[in-house]
Write a protein that binds this ligand. Sequence first.
Ligand code: PLP
Length: 389
Amino acid sequence: MGRKNAAQGALRFATRAIHVGQEPDPTTGAVTVPIYQTSTYAQIAPGVHKGYDYSRTDNPTRTALQKALASLESAKYCLAFSSGMGAETTVMLLLKQGDHIVSTRDVYGGTYRLFMRAFQDFGLRFSFVESADIGEIERAMTKRTRLVWIESPTNPLLRITDIRAAAGVAHRYGALCLVDNTFASPFFQRPLVLGADLVLHSTTKYIAGHADVVGGAICLKDRRLHERLKFLQNAAGATPSPLDCFLTLRGLKTLALRMREHENNAMRIARLLKKHPRVARVYYPGEPDHPGHKIAAAQMDGFSGMVSFEVKGGLAEARRVLGRFRLFKIAESLGGVESLVELPAIMTHASIPKEERKKAGLNEGLIRLSVGIEDAEDLLADLSRALGR
Ligand SMILES: *Cc1c(COP(=O)(O)O)cnc(C)c1O
C-alpha cells in the first residue's frame, strides 16, 4: 500500500481527484468546472485563439477531466473519448496492415469483436494467449508484433497478469504494452508505474461510477505517442461531449471513497460465498487461494469490487438464484454505486461460442457480481436470500 500516495508530488490521490485540472473558473470564480457547451470559439485574429478552436479538437471541460485522470494514473497525458470502444478504436489506428497484436485471451467481449470483426479485415493479425502465463506471451511474440494488449483483472474470472513482466516482454520485441485498467481503476492499480506504455479505461465503469454516462480514456507518458494519438483522436472524432466530461469528472471526485467501499463490500461477499454450501467456486483476487493473488497483492493497492462465483447445479440453478435477488439488479456493465448481478453465459459473454466458453473456464453456472457501495449488511442479506439457506 501507499504507492498511490507517493506517485505525484506532495498531494495524495483523493486530493488530486478533486483538485487537479479543476481550479476555480478564472472569470467567475465558479468552484466547479463549467460545462462548456460550445462547438466553436471566437478567435482574436484569424488563426489566433486562446487554445481552443473547435470542440472536436479540444474543449475546456474535457481538458479538466484529462488533467485529473492523467494525474491519477501517474501519466503525463490523458485523452478522453466518447466510449471505451472509441478509445480502443483510436489506439488501433496506430497500427498498419501486417502488424501483429498479442492479447490476453479473456479480453472484454467488445475488444475481441473490434479486433476480429473490424480490424482483422484491415490486415492486422491477432494472437490470444493466457497472459497470466508470461511464457505464453513470449511464445506468441513475432518480429511483426507491435502491441501487447493486457487486461488485468479480467472479466469475469478475474485472472491476473504480471504487468511488469508483460511490459518487459513487449519492450524486448520493440512492441508497446497497453493495459485495460477498467476493472481496477487507478485507485488500485497504475500500470504506467509498472512499465506499461498505455493505460486504457472504459470510464463508464468505476471512474464515472454512477451508471449515468458512457466514456473512455487513454493515459500515457510518452510525448510523441501522445502527439500521434491526439492527432488520431481529432482525426477519427470519437470525442466525448462537454456534459459527458462534466459527469465523468463529477464521478471521479469520489473515486477514492467509492473504491474503498466497493472493496470492503466485495471482501465480505467473497467470504460469505466461500463458506456457502451451494457455492462450488469463488473468484476474487483478494482471496489467498486465488491463483493470481500473490501478483495482485504485489502490483495492486487493493482488489476492487468484482466477484464471480459458480453455483452448484449449473445454468438452471444460476437462473433461479438471479430471480431471487432484490437489491442486486440483473444488468450488464459494472463499477457503479449500485450492485449488479449477471450471468456471463447468457448475457455479457453470450456471443462467445459454447465450446470456446468452456475452454476458457466459463461454466454455465457462473454468476458475476459488481458489488456496489450500499450497506454491506443489506447486500449480504440479499445474497443469502438469493442463494437460499
Ligand atoms: C466496458 C468495457 C470496455 C468498453 O467500454 P465502453 O465504455 O462500454 O465502450 C472495455 N474494456 C472493459 C474491461 C470494459 O469493462
